[in-house]
Design a binder for this molecule. Sequence first.
Ligand SMILES: *Cc1c(COP(=O)(O)O)cnc(C)c1O
Length: 463
Amino acid sequence: MSRSAHPAGPRHADVLPEGHYSAPPADLNALDPKVWAETVTRDADGVLTVGGIDVKRLAEEFGTPAYFLDERDFRARARAWRTAFGGDADVFYAGKAFLSRAVVRWLDEEGLNLDVCSGGELATALSGGMPAERIAFHGNNKSVAEIRRAVEAGVGRIVLDSFQEIVRVAHIARELGRRQRVQIRVTVGVEAHTHEFIATAHEDQKFGIPLAGGQAAEAVRRALQLDGIELIGIHSHIGSQIFDMSGFEVAAHRVVGLLREIRDEHGVELPEIDLGGGLGIAYTSGDDPREPHEIAKALTEIVTRECEAARLTTPRISVEPGRAVVGPTAFTLYEVGTVKPLEGLRTYVSVDGGMSDNIRTALYDAEYSVVLASRVSDAEPVLCRVVGKHCESGDIVVKDAFLPGDLAPGDLVAVPATGAYCRSMASNYNHVLRPPVVAVRDGEARVIVRRETEEDLLRLDVG
Ligand SMILES: *Cc1c(COP(=O)(O)O)cnc(C)c1O
């Protein structure tokens, strides 16, 4: 890299990361539509707006840090998934990405079903009005109380994850005089991440029952014998933030292989196949995710082709996108507190949140982008690291990003694509209060999860 090509100063070249930020973007004020929700734009004064409301007003009314969720965008993405599959498949939104009662209502209205994986998520789903038969219950160690509650509520399916659980759910359902519809989650030996997948991955993980060694076939054998449960299908989930569809191809091939074995051994054709979630989104301009209709077409073709080859009636497909529905719909708004240029290294920008509202950077080395939101600037770009306020040096929100050199305390910065796995993984580390989620639509902003208060914290501390 030549010196002149690098406005942030040649000394930064030593520490510039590989990848998306190896050079500053042409225009620091520009908003890449790939990473921002549908209605996000800058107004005539250059202030970031969402749903027609500018972030200065939002910060004044709701404080910072806060997550602002574009309701129009959320509904559009949910609908896109729904219509991409048409009547041929069921779309289950993975509630663990982000769940609140407002979200449950939007999903219900847009025709999506809902995955939950704990009693708390189940309670939220039911309280939000999702019909129980459209709820799927996941998890590798559901408690007896959780299973009982799910069966009593009448959830549409429980996804069984172990030999013990097959017996446990069957027993509880019998006790309650029910026949619970179930799927068995299998591990197919495929591991998929952003751009690559491993077709010969070890089944060395806590989820699912391995196809290898006939374990999954044995689980099916046992499930078919128990009258408390009705086995309706096989479930597979191969990874997260996946862009490359070939991992699904291998997974579908192997799951259909099991369906064929089941037909040959038991004379039963299971009516459903669930391919899980894990579809990727754009966190930075370097990411190029597929559209739901492309994914639907690819998955439907793969399953149909595999079933034709195995002479099976094509089962009904389910998919479980979480991140791909909610991730791009929200951004986090922070206020800058301090700006600390480190000679020869980079500039540390401290914001009023951090790893308590976004653990993904620390946990997964995730990449995010960031913009100055409260104004535009034509100052020179400076290589920055956006960090939080926690007592922990790994408390990083955005590892490497260029921000204008005149960034100062009091400025607002916004980090896009924080709708998934941010509020849902938020913590109270350092007794920092968890931020609110504010839904914005057509000039109206509404709190859907309120900001935590010190009273909330102290209420749990019984002294
Ligand atoms: C986490 C999870 C999902 C959703 O994953 P995303 O990456 O958010 O799409 C779907 N299904 C299962 C079983 C999961 O564990």
